[in-house]
Design a protein around this ligand. Structure first.
Ligand code: NAP
Length: 332
């Protein structure tokens, strides 16, 4: 496993990290979740990503149990706050009250005294940015959070946060967690250039497009049994990608992966890691074999000819529009 710096900070993260959205506490039983975490540890993954909202807070509990007993200093644990974790108006968003209460819940569920990275899971239009950033800074000073980041904020929002942090002397954002894959490249024109200039990394999610880039979803055929597309919760999120044009073009990537001696999943993960602004690719898994397959993408170099061949096949279906990075217009 290779490691990269998180933004312009001293923290190193494994360039492939393990995330538990949809899976822990939901799609997969606890035994399978623990086996996936063990496979990740065995393969050298040290960085684990979760969120308060995943599986209605159960995902953090499962991850906490799966990591119990592992030397804390050998792990980087990331979690997030913003989406609702309860019925009340203060159980959501990025107010001082909700951030503080949600972090305390996350620490309890994860069985840890601190998280390495705390991320604002979207931009909250109903809380002054200064309030959110001051609260993050206070949690850093209390030692409960070591670094702060955001997820799916647009370039303007990230730029404003950095400016406020510099003016007020608050801890600066070190990372953004956007969706990024061969199919979804909306960060490339605005967010990546700003982030490179400002020392902010991307920790990217869904690098395998939720499984679509493995090629296992075939045009005109039902999804394979046990896959995310057949899961009641996961099926909603992946459905946008399950159209025959996308699936047929993805099939055309198979000879490229085969020529390189890579699985399709490895090619997808290696592709996002070619971008030097990416500190880590967060992969999900419903089975330990998937983790063992995906980690082999670490250290793989793809030359320009391969990247061009991929672009020739996928170009008509690649999403590049930066305006697709959106947070809810109101708190959910
Ligand atoms: N910040 C955000 O808003 C946000 C949003 C989404 C995700 N995330 C983070 O990113 C993480 C990863 O997201 P993701 O799960 O969508 O990522 P992904 O790695 O693109 O997709 C993972 C899924 O693809 C399938 N898969 C993975 N490797 C495979 C392999 N080698 N062969 C066959 N199938 C394979 C598995 O699903 P099946 O076996 O069920 O088909 C697996 O659960 C999440 O856990 C979370 O930590 C963050």
């Amino acid at each position: 496993m290779e490691f990269r710096h998180l933004g312009r900070s001293g923290l190193m993260v494994s360039e492939i990290s393990y995330g538990n959205w949809i899976t822990h506490g939901s799609q997969v039983e606890e035994d399978a979740a623990k086996q996936c975490v063990q496979a990740a540890l065995d393969e050298g993954i040290t960085t684990f990503d979760t969120a308060d909202v995943y599986a209605g807070t159960k995902a953090e509990e499962v991850l906490g149990r799966a990591l119990a007993g592992v030397r804390r200093e050998s792990l980087e644990i990331f979690t997030k706050v913003y989406w609702p974790t309860g019925p009340g108006p203060n159980d959501r968003g990025l107010s001082r009250k909700h951030i503080t209460e949600s972090l305390h819940g996350s620490l309890r569920r994860l069985q840890t005294d601190y998280v390495d990275l705390y991320q604002a899971h979207r931009f909250d239009v109903e809380t002054p940015l200064e309030e959110t950033l001051k609260t993050f800074d206070d949690l850093v000073r209390q030692g409960k959070v070591l670094y702060v980041g955001v997820s799916e904020w647009n370039a303007d929002q990230i730029g404003r946060a950095l400016k406020i942090a510099d003016e007020m002397g608050f801890d600066r954002l070190v990372s953004n967690q956007p969706q990024y894959s061969m199919l979804w490249r909306v960060i490339e024109t605005e967010i990546v250039p700003l982030s490179e200039k400002e020392g902010v990394s991307q920790v990217v999610f869904s690098p395998i497009a939720q499984g679509v880039l493995t090629g296992k979803y075939r045009p005109g055929q039902p999804p394979p049994a046990g896959s995310r597309a057949t899961d009641p919760a996961g099926g909603n999120f992946i459905s946008r990608l399950l159209n025959d044009d996308v699936l047929a073009r993805v099939q055309q990537l198979e000879p490229i992966a085969a020529d390189l001696g890579l699985s399709m999943a490895q090619l997808a993960v290696a592709w996002v890691l070619q971008n030097p602004n990416v500190a880590s690719a967060i992969v999900g898994a419903s089975r330990p074999e998937q983790v063992r397959d995906n980690v082999k993408a670490s250290g793989v170099k793809l030359d320009s000819e391969v990247l061009e061949k991929i672009d020739d096949i996928l170009s008509p279906i690649v999403e590049r529009d930066p305006s697709k990075t959106v947070s809810p217009e109101r708190r959910p």
